[in-house]
Ligand binder design. Structure first.
Ligand code: PGA
Length: 252
């Protein structure tokens, strides 16, 4: 019922020229999957325009990796929702664990960004996930649901279905350690039940929850076949056209 969504988070990789090459290599490989899966490429800000030139009109979506919540102002080094939108983006990744860790983004900032993205007409991909110590201390539900609750504060029910969540256990990001399909599904089901409480069944059932953290062609199919896993947010394996395309193919 939910259309899966696979997004490539290119992080701080690829110059504009390299990003164009990668997008050109990916586009024909994922084209046959676009009827059954939404595909999104998220290069750095400086490559957005160039990648839009490659994929604009192809059905592949473009996303930014972050943005500010204000419309404009004295925020040196930052970028606004309208700037992203007019660069061709329909999506924006918010609250990635690397932003929480290195840029000290708080739940409150992520909530402001989520509301600003919705107001601008962008689809936010809101990242949540626990650290290893938190998992070991039995705090997964408290941390993850706490992050979801905070990020979605003041979101109206009718806007909820256009939000994508990405559950990314921090210990699985870039480490080669994937959560097992069972571990991931357990958390996704908890998130879905919180969303049902918060927005009602219809909206919660429409919301897509991606899994992220060392997703590869080899483990994608098992992860994506879980009831509450609706595609993935892909880092390392999104930097090569064939591995990304194989992951997209696994999402049906
Ligand atoms: P990874 O990154 O696939 O390299 O683990 C995922 C992410 O951080 O979005």
């Amino acid at each position: 019922m939910r259309k899966p969504i696979v997004a490539g988070n290119w992080k701080m990789h690829k110059t504009a020229e390299e990003a164009v090459d990668l997008a050109q290599a990916i586009a024909p490989l994922v084209a046959p999957s676009l009827t059954s899966c939404d595909v999104v490429l998220c290069p750095t800000y400086t490559s957005l325009g160039a990648v839009h030139g490659v994929i604009g009109g192809s059905g592949i979506g473009l996303g930014a990796q972050n943005m500010h919540w204000e419309g404009e102002g004295a925020y040196t080094g930052d970028i606004s929702p309208a700037m992203i939108l007019t660069s061709g983006c329909a999506y924006v990744i918010l609250g990635h664990s690397e932003r929480r860790q290195y840029a000290l983004e708080s739940d409150e900032m992520i909530n402001r960004k989520t509301l600003a993205a919705l107001a601008a007409g962008l689809t936010p991909i809101v990242c949540i996930g626990e650290q290893l110590e938190q998992r070991e201390a039995g705090r997964v539900e408290e941390i993850v649901i706490g992050q979801v609750r905070a990020a979605l504060e003041d979101v109206e029910v009718d806007r909820a279905p256009s939000i994508v969540l990405a559950y990314e256990p921090v210990w699985a990001i870039g480490t080669g350690k994937t959560a097992t399909a069972g571990q991931a599904e357990e958390v996704h089901a908890l998130i879905r039940s919180f969303l049902t409480e918060r927005f009602g069944r219809e909206a919660a059932d429409a919301m897509r929850i991606q899994y992220g953290g060392s997703v590869k062609a080899e483990n994608a199919e098992e992860l994506f076949s879980q009831e509450n896993i609706d595609g993935g947010l892909i880092g390392g394996a999104a930097l090569q056209a064939d591995s990304f395309a194989a992951i997209v193919k696994a999402a049906k």
